[in-house]
Design a protein around this ligand. Sequence first.
Ligand SMILES: Nc1ncnc2c1ncn2[C@@H]1O[C@H](COP(=O)(O)OP(=O)(O)OP(=O)(O)O)[C@@H](O)[C@H]1O
Ligand SMILES: [Mg+2]
Length: 270
Amino acid sequence: MYSDQEYELTILPGTTRDGKKEGFDRIVIRPGDTLSIVGPTGSGKSAFINDIEILAQEDTVTGRRILVNGGEPSEEIVRDPARKPIALITQNTRVLADLTVTQFLSLHLKARNTGTDAMISCTIELANEFTGEKIDGSMRMTGLSGGQTRSLLIADAILIGQTPILLLDEVENAGINKERVITCLREYRKAVIFVTHDPYIALITDRRIVMKNGAVFAVLEPDGSEGEIIGTVSGMDSFLWQLREKIRSGDLVGNRKGIRSAPKKTGIPA
Ligand SMILES: Nc1ncnc2c1ncn2[C@@H]1O[C@H](COP(=O)(O)OP(=O)(O)OP(=O)(O)O)[C@@H](O)[C@H]1O
Ligand SMILES: [Mg+2]
């Protein structure tokens, strides 16, 4: 369990696809930091977070090195899944175990030794704040939808895994209330890296890493000037979320009635 230990990651540069050195000295990620990784398809976004996930030591195609608390990560952190401070959740992440949701969470709870059985229902409750399609403890893991699986795994990483660093690769597309996920990750002071094509997520993170040609092209630190547009995008997003839920539940959507769209003036969730 990690609640009493803080982790700081340092990313040291590798090379572009043509073998040139990446244009940054180091990127340091501390507890509570939120970063987004943006860039065209094939620009190296997934490769970047995969380097972090496996704690690369110049042994991947990019040549990057990842330090933990300023030094080379210990063998224990790299090899033992129960001690690894990083969870990667992607669009394709599926749990293939033939278990119910309750059995799955219970096994993880035992492996981590992080709390009592009450944590299982708390985790399901939290996951249900993230997904529009409710999860029940008696459902089978293999029967969950993609959105339900990702919601459950994020809630599981927060409460049972107590994982300090979460890497989320394009998890926002369907079935996830991303605004709630982001607020919750901030409440728990997680370090989070989102690979995203979603403007709202890209706009509200503390830093925006722009990828090009397999390498980090720029690290942008928003200066507050995007506040107004964030408010507008947040309003649009919440409108679309509610619209999607209505359409999914089979309602006819004749007009805006019943769907709140009021854009906030400044939308950065604290
Ligand atoms: N620095 C690099 N040097 C050499 N190859 C690289 C480098 N970075 C990424 N690649 C390779 O380029 C390919 C595309 O990269 P990646 O899958 O990370 O792109 P992506 O930005 O995640 O794309 P998408 O938006 O489609 O998911 C992969 O095969 C990856 O291994
Ligand atoms: Mg990718």
